[in-house]
Every structure is written in structure tokens, then in C-alpha cells.
Design a protein around this ligand. Structure first.
Ligand SMILES: Nc1ncnc2c1ncn2[C@@H]1O[C@H](COP(=O)(O)OP(=O)(O)O)[C@@H](O)[C@H]1O
Ligand SMILES: [Mg+2]
Length: 379
């Protein structure tokens, strides 16, 4: 037994081993300087060496610890299993953490248990086998972990709450949007109904007139009102109340006009339309132009029961433009006829509407008459 070391004097049971390791000043200094608690025991569990950190951690003095048994530092709950643990460890001593995956606790002198992390380092010497353990108090780390987990839980709670609120608000907004859609559709429906009433009133008025010229004027007036009413009808029937499906519109309009015309029975209607969607402010001038051209063909191209064909074509030219063509194989336009000079309302209206669309009107005649406009489909 060495006597020159005050700290180990109180460990008489561990006599021989100190001759080797504990005399080594460098070893002792290294243990003392370690930033964590260091503690050495032998196979029997006798404490042979501790550093200042261990004293602080467990609240025992070095004199109380050295020579004592490791059991004094083990909580009641795991003390019973320690001998078996030591036996297994010394059977296959390796440098490794103790109790991997388990929470370890150490028992202080005051009885308080503190969470610790323990690293085991075997030391085999001539005098026997020992284990040098590092013991770290992880109370702070545990507390920080708990705090972080609590924060995370709180954050998840807040997130979930936010998601619920976003979902509710989204439902509310899409509900409002659906309501607005229904309202707009309803308005188009009513506008169409009102225009139809006006159209019927004009027709009634027309029938009560004896003058042929006045009747013809009211007839045209009525067809223009119907052409606009049909735009609203197509709008509330479409999925997108902002865009008029103009192909369907052109088809319905042409069939309606031909059906109502005196020469309707002798004329074959050919309709060839691409799918073209037009915003309201393009659809209305386009619809009115189409109406004028079809009405004209039915009125002027096939006089005296003459039969023939009327063709309405709507072609998508490119992504931004479409071409609308109304052609007939009737008598053709009067000689030296020029649309721009037309004194009559119908073609003046067409010229004005073509200008409004920023489009160009092409007219060809002989045989028959062909009117064609190239226009931008955008707003
Ligand atoms: N498809 C057509 N075939 C033959 N003549 C036509 C055709 N379209 C227009 N016209 C001629 O152009 C004239 C001007 O037409 P418009 O301005 O619509 O006046 P309105 O139809 O009231 O006569 C018509 O009177 C007719 O002589
Ligand atoms: Mg006309």
C-alpha cells in the first residue's frame, strides 16, 4: 500500500492496485483535469479513484467515496442488478457507453437522483481489471430537451390550429366565390330574359304596323336584340361565365335567323365552327356583325324563292386570332358596291363594329357574296 497519496489512504481494501496506477502522477493529474466526473472501480465495485467533478456531482467528499462501494452512488431501483452488470462487463470489457438506450440515474449523497451519462473504459493491469468511468450530469441537457419538446409540441399545436383556420377560411372563400358565380349566372339569365321580353314587344309592335318599311326596320331591330340576348344565354349556360363559347353561339344564331327568314325553307345552312371562346366585349360586336351578315344574306341573296347555300365559318387562325366568314351563293352584291360607302344602317353598323374590334373586313362577290373578318380573340 502506498501512503504518499492522501486521497487513497482511506481505501485499505484496494491495497495492491494502487501500487501500479495510482502512484502514477500523470495519470492522476489527467483524471483530475478531465472536464467530466471520473471514477474508477474494481471488479468488486470498490471505488478506487474519483476526481473533483465526481465530488461535486454526488455531494460526497473524496474521502467518503474512495474505498467505499459503488452501490452508494446507484439509485435503489437499479442497485440490485449492478453486480450482474459488472460481471458481464468484466467478462467482455470494452470502451462503450453504459446502459445504451436507457436513462441512467445517479444517487447523490442527499438522496436526490440526477440523470447521468456514463462512459465505461476498461483498464487491465498486472494487478487486476478495473473500469474507469466518466460520469456526466445531464440534468441541464434533459431540461433543455424537455423544453425543446414542449416548444415543438406547442408549435405543432399552433400549426395544426393554423391549418384548421386556413381550411375554414378557404372553405368560406370558395363558398363566397361559388355564391358570386351563381349570382353572376343569375344576372345573365335575367338580362337574357329581359332582352327576350323586349324582343317580343318589338315583334308585337311590328305586327300591328301596316307600313312595310317600318315593319322591316322593327324586324331588324328585333333580331339585333335577340342576338344580344343569345350572348347572355350562352354565357349562363357555359362553365365559365366570363367567356362566351362563340362556336355554339354562331351555330344557334345562324339557325335562329334562317329559321325565322321568309326564304329560310329554300336555303341550306352550312355551319363549320372551331371552338373559340370570347370575352363579353368581343362577343357582343362579333355577334352583332354575324347577325347583320346572316340577315342580309337571307334577305338579299336569295330573292324570288331562289334556293342556295349559306355558310357560316369560324376558324381559329392562331392562338390569338380567329376568322369569321359568312358566304352565300346567291345573287351577289350590286355592281360597284362598296361597303364603306353603304348608306344603309346594316352595313354601317358592321363597319363600326369591325372598327371597334380593330379588325379588317374583306368583301368578295360574284358568284354570291362573301364577308370575312379577321379579329383578335383576346380582350
Ligand atoms: N349577301 C348579300 N347578297 C346580296 N346583296 C347583299 C348582301 N348583303 C348585302 N347586300 C346588299 O347590300 C345592301 C346594304 O345592306 P345593309 O346595309 O344591311 O342594308 P339593308 O339590309 O337594310 O338593305 C343591301 O341592300 C343589299 O343590296
Ligand atoms: Mg341589312
Amino acid at each position: 500500500m502506498t501512503t504518499h497519496d492522501a486521497h487513497v489512504e482511506s481505501a485499505p481494501a484496494a491495497g495492491e492496485l494502487r501500487a501500479l496506477e495510482l502512484e502514477d502522477t500523470h495519470f492522476r493529474l489527467a483524471i483530475e483535469a478531465a472536464p467530466t466526473g471520473m471514477l474508477m472501480i474494481d471488479e468488486a465495485g470498490t471505488i478506487l479513484l474519483v476526481n473533483a467533478q465526481i465530488e461535486r456531482l454526488f455531494g460526497y467528499t473524496r474521502a467518503e467515496l474512495v474505498g467505499g462501494h459503488i452501490d452508494m452512488l446507484i439509485p435503489d431501483s437499479s442497485r440490485a442488478s449492478h453486480p450482474e452488470f459488472r460481471e458481464r462487463y468484466f467478462a467482455d470489457p470494452q470502451t462503450r457507453p453504459m446502459g445504451a438506450g436507457r436513462e441512467l440515474f445517479a444517487r447523490r449523497k442527499d438522496g436526490r437522483e440526477v440523470p447521468v451519462e456514463i462512459g465505461l473504459n476498461p483498464m487491465t493491469t498486472e494487478s487486476g481489471r478495473y473500469v474507469l468511468s466518466s460520469v456526466v450530469d445531464i440534468t441541464e441537457r434533459k431540461r433543455a430537451e424537455r423544453e425543446r419538446e414542449a416548444l415543438l409540441r406547442q408549435l405543432r399545436g399552433l400549426n395544426a390550429d393554423l391549418e384548421v383556420r386556413v381550411a375554414a377560411r378557404t372553405a368560406e372563400l370558395s363558398g363566397a366565390l361559388a355564391e358570386r358565380d351563381i349570382l353572376i349566372r343569375e344576372i345573365h339569365h335575367r338580362v337574357k330574359n329581359n332582352l327576350q321580353v323586349i324582343s317580343s314587344l318589338i315583334r308585337m309592335q311590328m305586327r300591328s304596323l301596316a307600313d312595310q318599311g317600318a315593319r322591316a326596320a322593327l324586324d331588324e331591330c328585333q333580331s339585333r336584340v335577340s342576338a344580344i340576348a343569345l350572348i347572355h344565354e350562352k354565357l349562363y349556360q357555359s362553365d365559365d361565365y366570363a367567356l362566351v363559347p362563340f362556336s355554339g353561339y354562331a351555330e344557334s344564331l345562324a339557325m335562329g335567323v334562317v329559321h325565322l327568314s321568309a326564304s329560310g325553307h329554300a336555303v341550306t345552312l352550312r355551319i363549320d365552327v372551331d371552338e373559340v371562346l370570347l370575352p363579353m366585349d368581343r362577343a357582343i360586336p362579333c355577334g352583332l356583325i354575324l347577325n347583320e351578315l346572316i340577315v342580309n344574306a337571307m334577305r338579299h341573296a336569295f330573292p324570288d324563292g331562289r334556293s342556295g347555300e349559306l355558310a357560316v365559318e369560324l376558324r381559329r387562325v392562331d392562338a390569338a386570332r380567329a376568322r369569321l366568314t359568312v358566304s352565300d351563293d346567291g345573287v351577289g352584291l350590286p355592281e360597284s358596291f362598296r361597303v364603306a360607302d353603304a348608306a344603309s344602317l346594316g352595313l354601317q353598323l358592321v363597319t363600326a363594329l369591325v372598327e371597334q374590334l380593330d379588325a379588317a373586313l374583306e368583301v368578295a362577290t360574284g358568284p354570291g357574296a362573301t364577308f370575312s373578318i379577321l379579329f383578335a380573340t383576346g380582350a
